[in-house]
Design a protein around this ligand. Structure first.
Ligand code: DQA
Length: 141
């Protein structure tokens, strides 16, 4: 079982970026915890601040992964191209947001990608990634 986690713009700064909203843990630290928790799952990780690179990576996942956990960051609210990629790859994708996007600015309340995803998790902090992996793997931890 192979799950790909894909993070979009500014999520490389987790740990120091607006900690009141996103917490003070780096994604590398969280990823280590996640891999220990799901030790029987191959969890790959990709980050890019660049829209086309995120799309290229999703294309590279075809035939290689069983599910994708996607936090597209602000591209969530702007990118029809990423929404099209979600629809195109034929892999179940769970949209994750660390913050509760529906409780924030109005421009964060629209997700172009949500309707193309299997489901969305928002506002549960980094636990959202774990819950998404749990769903995609049928794992009950
Ligand atoms: C985010 C929410 C987005 O609105 C924002 O642009 C991000 C992070 C989240 O994880 O809460 O970069 O996707």
């Amino acid at each position: 079982m192979h799950i790909a986690i894909i993070n979009g713009p500014n999520l490389n700064l987790l740990g120091t970026r607006e900690p009141a909203i996103y917490g003070d843990k780096s994604f590398d630290t969280y990823l280590n915890e996640l891999r220990l928790k799901f030790s029987d799952v191959e969890i790959s990780y990709y980050h890019s601040n660049i829209e086309g690179e995120l799309i290229n990576h999703m294309h590279n996942c075809i035939g290689k992964v069983n599910g994708i956990v996607l936090n597209a960051g602000a591209y969530t609210h702007t990118s029809i191209a990423i929404a099209d990629a979600v629809a195109a790859v034929g892999i179940p994708v769970i949209e994750v947001h660390i913050s509760n996007v529906l409780a924030r600015e109005d421009y964060r309340k629209t997700s172009f990608i949500a309707a193309k995803c299997k489901g969305s998790i928002s506002g549960l902090g980094m636990d959202g990634y774990s819950l998404a992996v749990q769903y995609l793997t049928g794992n009950t931890r």
